[in-house]
Design a protein around this ligand. Sequence first.
Ligand code: SF4
Ligand code: SF4
Ligand code: SF4
Length: 299
Amino acid sequence: MDLSRRTFIKFAGAAGAAGLAAKPARAEASALRTVNTPAVLVDTTRCVGCRGCEAACGESNLLPPPAQPGSDAVFSTPRRTDPSTYTVVNRAAASSKEGDVRYVKRQCMHCLDPACASACLAKALEKTAAGPVVYHKERCLGCRYCMVACQFDVPKFDFDSPAPYIHKCTFCAERQAQGLQPACASVCPTGALQFGHREELLEEARTRIYQNAGKYVHQVYGEFEAGGTSWLYITDVPFDKLGFRTDLGPTSPPELTRTALAAVPFVLTLWPPLLMGLYTFSKRRAEASKSGEKEAHHD
Ligand code: SF4
Ligand code: SF4
Ligand code: SF4
C-alpha cells in the first residue's frame, strides 16, 4: 500500500465523515420525538371499569367482542392484550380496604422512540410523523424481535392463525387521519381518557396533580419512562400497585443502542485501518530515514 502523508490525511478525513454520517439518523429520530404528538391522558381516578373502551376498540378494529361482556368475573385475573384484544381494562386493589379498587386501561403506549420499531429489521413497525406507531403487515418477516424489544409487553403474534402477524393497538391512526379521536377515548363516559396534544395534556396532568396535591401521586407516567410515551397516566395509587413497570429509566432503549452502536463502526472498522495507516506511515519514514543515513555514510 502506497501510503503517503496525503493519503493518510484523506483516510482520517473519511473516518471523520463516517462519524458525521451517523448524525442524520439520530437527528431524524429526535425530530420525530419532539413533534407535539397526539396523546391520551388516562386518569385512573376517573375510570369506573365500564369497559366501553374495550368494546369500541373491538368494533373499530374489526376484532371479536370483548371477553365476558358485563361480567365482573373478567376482573378476577389481570389480562394482557392479545391478537384479538388491543386494549384491556384491569382491576387492582388500591389498599387492603374491601372494595378499594382502581381500574386501569392498558394498550400500546405509542412510545416517542419505540423499541419495537428500532428492533424491526424489516421496518414493519414504524413511528410515523403523525404520532402513532403503525404496523405494516406486508413487510413483516415474523421474526418477533419487536415482542422481545417492547418493554411494555405489547406486540402479540397470532400463533394460531395460518397467516400469523403481529397485533397491537393502532392508536386508531386511520381515525386520527380523518380528524377523529381514537375510538376508545371517544366513548369513555367519565372523561378518564382525554385525547389531545401531548404538551397540553402534560400541562393538564400537572394542573390536576398540583390542585389535588394530597390525592394524586406526583408523577405523570409516560412523561419520561422509556424516553416518553404518547399515553400518559395519572393516579392516586402508587404505579407499581397498578401493575406498571417502575424500573424504566428516562432513556429509550433505541437511544441506548444507538449510542453504543455509534462507537462500533469507528472502533471496529475504522480504528484498525487508521492504526495500520499510522504504523505503515511511520515505518516508511523510518525506512526512508535509514536509507538516507546509509546514503550519507556512502558519501
Ligand atoms: S409500547 Fe411497545 S409496541 Fe408500543 S410503541 Fe412502545 S415499544 Fe412499540
Ligand atoms: S387507540 Fe384505537 S386501537 Fe388503541 S386501544 Fe384505543 S380504540 Fe383500540
Ligand atoms: S371507557 Fe373509560 S371509564 Fe370505561 S373502562 Fe374505559 S377508560 Fe374506564
